[in-house]
Design a binder for this molecule. Sequence first.
Ligand code: 5RP
Length: 218
Amino acid sequence: MGADDAKKRAAFAALEYLQDVRIVGVGTGSTVNHFIDALKSIKARLDGAVSSSEASTARLKALGIPVLDLNAAGELPVYVDGADEANRRLQLIKGGGGALTREKIVAAVSKSFICIVDQTKLVEILGGFPLPVEVIPMARSYVARELVKLGGRPDWRQGYVTDNGNQILDVHGLRILDPPALEQEINQITGVVCVGIFARRAADLLLVGHEDRVEKIV
Ligand code: 5RP
């Protein structure tokens, strides 16, 4: 059994938390793609979904699930999304797929944030996965220099443009011992749109897919 089966197991386990939900927030990535597939079985009772990326929007629409504007939808009961790394305090690194800004917005307006990962994503200390930082293009070099001062090695994700028309720096070499503090510090660098640390608004429930079960961490 591979990581993809474990992702699928975690994704389908999230359905249990959607029993009275009419509008669901939907993240981005291969784990979330399994979750979107799982939504097919309950789509008749959904009014729709709020999507965090153009890629998820296309997949939702292909299944016939209406995609709603977040401004019209208001507060969401549940948001389901994956992560690149997670710790047992439910703090995350996200943005490997480049959708971190919209993901953070949807997480912010959701009452409950359910994160679905396979067991390989669970770590003691965040930072082994290069930390994505979305930047305004003209600020890229400045932000990179500031990130070096914080001990990181930023690498420009060349040729990649986010859904918001911005660029991404992937920051290597960080051992993130205080995720909320570093999230705040990087947020304050002028030109940063969003940092992929999700700690000030962490997940509420982590569903970790293992080979034979789903572990729930709250
Ligand atoms: C996208 C994300 C994804 O949740 C993250 O990259 C995990 O992806 P996958 O489920 O494919 O491993 O943050 O911006």
